[in-house]
Write a protein that binds this ligand. Structure first.
Ligand code: PRP
Length: 207
């Protein structure tokens, strides 16, 4: 089975189109990101493991199921933050572990500035959030950090990817499924996805 999942859901594609629009303001942009995150998270969690449990309804006993795994959500600062609220709406009990990375504008290599992971892993599965997968340097560095921490299972959840980023991430971490809303044409000479949506951090935060 391919590990690249590009959502075909009509609501995802509609919201993505409005998100891309240069006339979409910061407030609407954040709202759309939250909604997209919720929809993409729904698709990305379809294989979560469940255990059976009995529940008492007003009418008696029913056999139900509940999620079994301890889940960590890892937004990559800053742009990944925009996906956090939507994911937390679906997964309110997860742990949130922030990783701070920015791309050096000359080299496009990720520079780490925030990581407060404890010594021992506290989750069984991590959902890494970042809006854009451009060169994938940021995502690969985050996967490196999480694997060194000892997380057994990792997934990437983003909105737009460049083909170069998909290739790089799936080569560096072939075990990590990639859940996104679109794969665009290419990266330009300054490492931006074309046509993309511009700078996802700036468009969220008005900077
Ligand atoms: C952007 C974006 C991703 C990263 C993607 O972050 O939010 O994190 O670049 O690029 P890559 O796949 O080539 O690593 P940026 O460095 O602009 O920081 P910001 O999110 O704080 O704006």
């Amino acid at each position: 089975m391919s590990l690249i999942h590009v959502s075909q859901h009509p609501l995802v594609q509609h919201k993505l189109t409005v998100l891309r629009d240069v006339n979409t303001d910061h407030r609407k942009f954040r709202e759309l990101l939250r909604e997209l995150a919720l929809l993409l998270c729904y698709e990305a969690t379809e294989d979560l493991k469940l255990i059976t449990r009995t529940v008492i309804t007003p009418m008696g006993e029913a056999q139900g199921q509940e999620a079994q795994q301890t889940i960590g959500v890892v937004p990559i600062l800053r742009a990944g933050l925009g996906l956090l609220d939507g994911v937390l709406q679906l997964l309110p009990s997860v742990q949130v572990w922030h990783i701070g990375l920015y791309r050096d504008e000359q080299t496009l290599k990720p520079v780490q500035y925030y990581n407060r992971l404890p010594a021992v892993p506290t989750v069984e599965i991590c959902l890494v959030l970042d809006t854009m997968l451009a060169t994938a340097g940021s995502a690969i560095a985050t996967m490196d950090i999480l694997k060194a921490w000892g997380v057994p299972q990792i997934k990437f959840l983003g909105v737009i990817a460049a083909p170069e980023g998909i290739e790089a991430l799936s080569t560096a971490h072939p075990d990590v499924p990639i859940h996104i809303a679109a794969v665009d044409e290419r990266l330009n000479e300054i490492g931006f996805i074309v046509p993309g949506l511009g700078d996802a951090g700036d468009r969220q935060f008005g900077t």
